[in-house]
Design a protein around this ligand. Structure first.
Ligand code: AMP
Length: 697
């Protein structure tokens, strides 16, 4: 049975909102017809392109011919054509509309960002999808027109292709579009951030200015947002590092001399004014050691956070909850450089329940059935948008107005229900991605190549990397990659020194893709990569252990993703206290922030937010907190690939909780905090174990 969603009655909304909501209803009620029309339009318009002519559609625009003649493709298949366009070939290669710009993806190919040709009309389509968000939001949150949004928006530097077209990220393209620059007055699109700051590509100056403006207007701010959760946490970190200078500026009415951008300085002359009271009250909050609820304390009228916390961003939910005091998180849009897909029609739902309704007018959508148990995609027939089945997982395949035909996006989605006839999807994971902190998406091949490059440095010591695994450590801000290495040295008298291993860390970073390196160096949104050397035979024991817990040999070798191996590692470590991480190499130590210890945030703020007495004997608290902790763990270690179905069921497993306590003792830089957490957890764990027994093992 289809689980069908309905929008609340739009009684109180204004005319513009009513139009947008009606549009959503029309599109989703007629999804099948809309999809057929979209396909016809795309094929008619682009019939004379080199690409379509090559498949001899001969003018056919019906689904059956399209499906029988056009193959499914990946970026690699299109790369030579896209290269020609980038080099200046203006003939109609993929689309007959002139290419207006290239969109630079955070997905990479051959180490470099993928480039997608775009057309003017697509800009409008993307913007239009974005304008559907606030009318939906207004159905759930009242009074948003009375305040302003503190949205941190950043433009990245753009590059020019050989053929003279600009290449920029999706968000930069959106912010630089005429639609954004010349947006007509609309109370829901009033932001505290000035365009001068949004367009400044120096992250420090841009963030400082946006923060300063947000602080001056703190009483007006009624929502705080950024595209991704990782970015919003960096903003909080920025406030932590810069609040003294910011409040100095507010107190004195002067501007930090580090702001050298002339258009920012010019704009800010209208904003800065001495305001001792404001400076004092902000400084008072920031000077406290405890930064819990800092967002709500600095911007007291905030109704929700507007930020993506699905997919790779799930790992940041507990930390965001901590800083916001549990404010609702609105996760509204699902989009990519290739195409904007859909929106969340129930934006105030819990992050774990977020589903996106694909808007049938955005592109022609098909779905490749995906067997979640085997983590392999079956090459059976592609399914149309309206024919997907609830509970099933699919890889998204799109045909766009910009000239991508049956293109595999690489996202795995699960159908959760329908809004009218349009399906709603939970984002499950990105195919092949093993590591991600910010917008970086490192896949297995890239990680493998980086390890091979780094291990060259070990050759002169007759040492090689026998096996490795990795995970994204988000207990630091910014988060960083951790790679576990087991080494085989043939000459114990000549083993690589820590200095050499540090060089290996750098060599790995050098080899990773350009999006990683940009985040690491320019955006500083990723901290230094860390290598942890484990004792000999650790990985063998790990495999034995996995098999003893029900995994098959093949499954262990081919399918267990990094995070599962890390969890196994800690489980194994509990059984064998001798099993040690021998060395942790981290070229410039990441700064630990005690509050970023996710599980601690989980229990403490969970109990406090619900106003429970902090009395350990209250079984209900423990039971619910236990579930919460398990959820945090599942978020933190979210297994990208079949997780609970892949032989090693960790869901609701108390073992994982213990694992995490163990893991925290291993966090070297905050021993005081981590031991305190460990002790606290120790007190809880027996009771939680008992209580969790009855919860769907
Ligand atoms: P990019 O092409 O760099 O814009 O990255 C697009 C990719 O980011 C998508 O294909 C998804 O893998 C991921 N992504 C975008 N929006 C969301 C979302 N709301 N939830 C989870 N992942 C997302």
């Amino acid at each position: 049975m289809a689980r069908s969603s309905t929008l609340p009655s739009p009684m109180a909304c204004d005319q513009e909102d009513a139009k947008a909501l009606q549009f959503i209803e029309d599109m989703t009620r007629n999804a099948k017809v809309v999809q057929q029309n979209v396909l016809t339009q795309i094929l008619t318009r682009n019939a004379q392109t080199e690409y379509l002519k090559g498949f001899e559609l001969n003018g056919a625009t019906d689904r059956e011919t399209f499906k029988s003649k056009i193959p499914m493709v990946t970026y690699e298949d299109l790369r030579p054509l896209i290269r020609r366009i980038a080099d200046g070939d203006r003939s109609p290669i993929l689309s007959t509309d002139p290419v207006s710009e290239f969109i630079l993806s955070s997905g990479t190919s051959g180490g470099e960002p993928k480039l997608f040709p775009s057309i003017k009309e697509e800009e409008q389509r993307r913007m239009f999808l974005c304008t559907l968000v606030m009318p939906v939001m207004n159905l759930y949150v009242k009074g948003l027109a009375k305040g302003k949004g503190l949205y941190f928006m950043f433009s990245k530097s753009e590059t020019e292709t050989t053929g003279g077209l600009m290449a920029r990220s999706t968000t930069t393209s959106l912010y630089k579009s005429d639609h954004f620059k010349n947006r007509p007055y609309n109370p829901y699109y009033i932001f505290t951030s000035p365009n001068e700051a949004i367009y400044c590509t120096d992250t420090f100056q841009s963030m400082y200015t946006q923060m300063l403006c947000g602080l001056y207007e703190r009483e007006l701010v009624n929502r705080v947002g950024m595209v991704f959760a990782s970015g919003l946490l960096r903003v909080i970190r920025f406030l932590q590092l810069n609040w003294q200078q910011l409040t100095h500026d507010i107190r004195t009415g002067s501007l930090n001399p580090k702001l050298t951008d002339t258009s920012i300085r010019q704009y800010m002359t209208q904003i800065v004014r001495p305001d001792t009271n404001l400076a004092d009250s902000i400084a008072q909050e920031c000077a406290k050691d405890n930064w819990e609820r800092i967002i709500a304390r600095i911007w007291p009228n905030t109704k929700y956070l507007h930020v993506i916390v699905t997919g790779a961003m799930t790992q940041y939910i507990p930390t965001l909850d901590y800083y916001s005091g549990g404010l609702p998180i609105a996760c509204t849009t699902y989009a990519s450089s290739e195409c904007f897909f859909g929106i969340n029609l129930n934006p105030m739902c819990k992050p774990s329940e977020v589903s996106y309704t694909i808007m049938p007018n955005m592109a022609y959508f098909e779905f490749l059935p995906h067997e979640s148990n085997s983590m392999r995609l079956t090459h059976s027939k592609l399914v149309d948008l309206v024919d997907v089945k609830i509970g099933e997982e699919y890889e998204l395949v799109i045909t766009t107005y910009t000239g991508l035909y049956r293109y595999q996006v690489g996202d795995i989605l699960r159908v959760t229900g329908f809004h009218n006839t349009a399906p709603q999807f939970k984002f499950i994971r990105r195919k092949n991605m093993v590591l991600g902190i910010d917008t970086d998406k490192t896949d297995e091949t890239e990680l493998q190549a980086a390890i091979e490059n780094a291990s060259q440095l070990l050759r002169e010591f007759n040492t090689s990397v026998v096996e490795y695994t990795s995970y994204a450590d988000t207990t630091t801000i910014p988060g960083h990659y951790v790679i576990y290495w087991e080494l085989l040295g043939k000459d114990s008298a000549n083993s690589p020194s820590d200095k050499v291993l540090e060089q290996c860390c750098l060599a790995m970073e050098e080899s990773l893709n350009s999006v990683y390196r940009r985040c690491r160096v320019a955006d500083k949104s990723i901290g230094p990569l860390e290598i942890r050397i484990v004792k000999n035979e650790t990985f063998e024991q790990l495999m034995d252990y996995a098999i003893s817990r029900g995994a098959s040999m093949n499954q262990y070798k081919a399918e267990l993703v990094s995070k599962e191996k890390i969890i196994l590692f800690y489980l194994l470590k509990m059984n064998d206290p001798e099993l040690k991480i021998m060395k942790m190499i981290n070229p410039s130590q990441c700064s630990y922030i005690a509050v970023a210890k996710e599980v601690d945030i989980g229990i403490d703020s969970w109990v406090r937010l619900r106003g429970y007495p902090e009395d350990n004997s209250a079984t209900e608290i423990k039971k619910q907190a236990g579930e919460y902790v398990v959820k945090c763990l599942l978020n933190k270690f979210e297994l990208r690939g079949g997780s609970t179905n892949s032989g090693i069921s960790i869901k609701n497993s108390f073992d994982v909780l213990k694992t995490n306590v163990e893991a925290m003792h291993d966090q070297v830089d905050a021993p005081m905090e981590s031991h305190a957490i460990g002790d606290k957890m120790g007190k809880w764990q027996d009771q939680i174990h008992e209580d969790s027994k009855g919860h769907g093992q």
